[in-house]
Design a protein. Sequence first.
Length: 91
Amino acid sequence: MDHNLPAKVKSRRRMGMNLPREKSLMVKFLLWCILLFLCWPLALLALILYPLVWILTLPFRLVGIAVGGVFDLLWAIITLPARILRGPHHA
């Protein structure tokens, strides 16, 4: 999977730097700074409410992960005979 990436990106991945996530965090921070400048009470409210909303939605995300795992297991069980009859996979 990494063989199609440029050498610079590969070296940054080895150093533990995730470029898309860093850009996403920077964009979110800049948007929050703009909101702070335009309407500081709303920006502070968002800063306080974000962790509370994250904690409230955590059980739903855990249930989603569990249900997704069950569906993946069922799909693997259902398609097992076809994969066995197909034979070994050649890369």
